[in-house]
Design a protein around this ligand. Structure first.
Ligand SMILES: Cc1cc2nc3c(=O)[nH]c(=O)nc-3n(C[C@H](O)[C@H](O)[C@H](O)COP(=O)(O)OP(=O)(O)OC[C@H]3O[C@@H](n4cnc5c(N)ncnc54)[C@H](O)[C@@H]3O)c2cc1C
Length: 489
């Protein structure tokens, strides 16, 4: 491979999603404060029109309330979820999350706090315009900035090091197929996860994992390169490698993010027409990921969301179900079963028993139905009761969406310390190398929702500040003795 060096930049940022854009912007601002003239190169594998990776397609809900407080219950849940969770990482996120949201708002994106008319497990903020707004706001600022260069359709192939092992740039390949080296004083890995590579997903998650397709097109650029490049240099890993964050989508749809979130307001059945989960066990956004994972892992990736016309007419039901296709609809449960390829007698029997258990729940004094709160309206007497929002499936026409499991992001990634520095398995810092976002692995078990962009932006800002501090410290360092001796001769 031919690789020619070009003028060194201060900071080389690999990736152009929330992590990369935030790191670049924060670096420029911090360097300005110190009276420097910073130079930054941002690599993006995608063409400009598709820049932004997962972030571009993200809803960007954030676990921060109106007062800028990160929900401490959510942090507690994460910290206690698994012995390998880095509790300090999340405690720092808890302290700095509010400041992160304020920083985003100061850079032209707005976080709104309007709630849908359905119960949620926490008070979230939501970015107005989603992740596209974040990408456009930060990229526009950076494009106008002298000293900052975007290189689209350019992919990083490997990191380079100096004689002492300090990371000092990367070999990259442009769309003409030629490679070159970009020299840099520090590098931030912001390449997202490996969810876009079916090879990597199969390798880490296991057989059948390639059934789990990326939920949006932007994920196809995320092929685990940051993880590969860093581990080639001895970086440690963390996070659960055999687990992805997933969601249920309409199996028939090719629309990006054709999410199905309405299951708490109906039932979900497997290929035999039987229910297999308490659909009321969690609010719509909390239920979705573990349910989607279980559908893929335990139900041969086959399940169908069944609901009646009363549910369909709930205000906001279209917000919960984002498919571009109409559900299957029929006047009887048996006819609906024919449409979805389930034994009609089995589905009719299952729905009849479910409806009888709703009535039994009402006789035992279960609360009344209220989709906006955790209402406690339960079935009674089933092997798997539905513990909230239990209403009979009785109002024709009846509807069904076939469900598939789609990936949102991978869990496993590079290990970093609290200063966003990439570390070895022994805890030694790899000098000059920082990472933020999904390329860093932090999750085990269940991801609680609304924390991925928050942690991405928080630690990308830290990465930029730390990179600048490292560069400044190196400038202050006396030259090595050998170099001084040579000069004196
Ligand atoms: C549909 C959807 C909804 C979501 N909703 C939420 C939500 O509500 N709240 C939340 O917190 N999170 C949400 N997420 C998750 C969140 O959006 C992501 O986890 C986060 O945006 C990741 O940011 P990132 O910068 O780490 O990665 P990305 O935004 O994926 O950016 C990675 C970038 O790296 C580039 N790249 C990769 N490899 C190379 C290479 N070798 N050379 C050059 N460039 C490379 C890619 O092209 C891409 O631009 C959602 C995700 C999806 C898909």
């Amino acid at each position: 491979m031919s690789a020619s060096a070009v003028e060194p930049v201060d900071l080389l940022v690999i990736g152009c999603g929330a992590a990369g854009l935030t790191a670049a912007q924060q670096y420029v601002e911090a360097a300005d404060r110190e009276g420097r003239a910073p130079t930054v190169a941002i690599l993006e594998r995608a063409p400009r029109e598709e820049r932004g990776g997962a972030t571009r397609w993200s809803w960007v809900n954030v676990t921060v309330d109106r007062e800028g407080v990160v929900d401490p219950h959510v942090i507690d849940r994460v910290v206690h979820a698994h012995p390998d969770v880095d509790a300090d990482y999340f405690r720092l996120l808890e302290r700095r999350g509010g400041e992160t949201v304020a920083w985003l708002e100061a850079h032209g994106v707005r976080i709104a706090h309007e709630r849908p008319p359905f119960a949620m497990s926490s008070e979230y903020g939501a970015m107005v315009g989603g992740g596209r707004a974040l990408v456009d706001a930060l990229a526009t600022l950076l494009e106008e900035r002298p000293g900052v260069a975007f290189r689209y359709e350019t992919e990083a192939l490997r990191l380079t090091t100096d004689d002492e092992g300090r990371i000092d740039g990367a070999v990259v390949r442009g769309s003409d197929g030629r490679s070159s080296r970009i020299a840099a004083r520090a590098v931030v890995l912001a390449t997202g996860g490996f969810e876009g590579s079916l090879e990597a997903v199969t390798r880490y998650v296991g057989p059948r994992a390639a059934q789990i397709r990326p939920v949006v097109p932007g994920l196809r650029f995320n092929t685990g390169d940051g993880l590969r490049m860093a581990t080639e240099l001895g970086a440690a890993t963390s996070g659960q490698f055999d687990r992805l964050h997933v969601q249920l989508v309409d199996a028939r749809s090719s629309k990006p993010d054709a999410g199905l979130f309405g299951i708490p307001y109906g039932v979900i059945v497997d290929g035999t027409g039987r229910r297999f989960v308490d659909e009321g066990s969690a609010t719509f956004e909390a239920l979705n990921a573990p349910l989607a994972w279980s559908v893929w892992r335990d139900r041969a990736a086959t399940a169908t969301f069944v609901f009646d016309d009363a549910a369909r007419r709930l205000p906001g039901f279209g917000f919960l179900n984002q498919s571009d296709l109409e559900p299957y609809s029929a006047d009887t449960i048996e006819e609906l079963a024919e449409l979805i390829g389930v034994d009609p007698a089995a589905l009719a029997d299952e729905i009849a028993r479910f409806n009888a258990a709703v009535a039994a729940g009402e006789r035992t004094g279960a609360s009344s139905f209220d989709p906006a709160v955790i209402d406690g309206k339960s079935t009674h007497g089933l092997a798997i009761d539905k513990t909230n929002w239990a209403m009979p499936i009785a109002v024709a026409p009846f509807h069904a969406y076939p469900c598939a499991t789609a990936s949102t992001f991978s869990y496993g990634g590079v290990r970093t310390d609290l200063r966003a520095r990439v570390v070895s398995p022994g805890g030694t810092v790899l000098p000059g190398l920082y990472a933020a976002g999904v390329v860093t692995g932090v999750w085990y078990g269940e991801y609680p929702g609304a924390m991925s962009v928050l942690r991405t932006v928080t630690y990308a800002r830290i990465a930029a500040e730390e990179a600048l501090a490292e560069i400044a410290a190196r400038e202050r360092e006396p030259e090595p003795v050998a170099a001084r001796t040579a000069l004196a001769v």
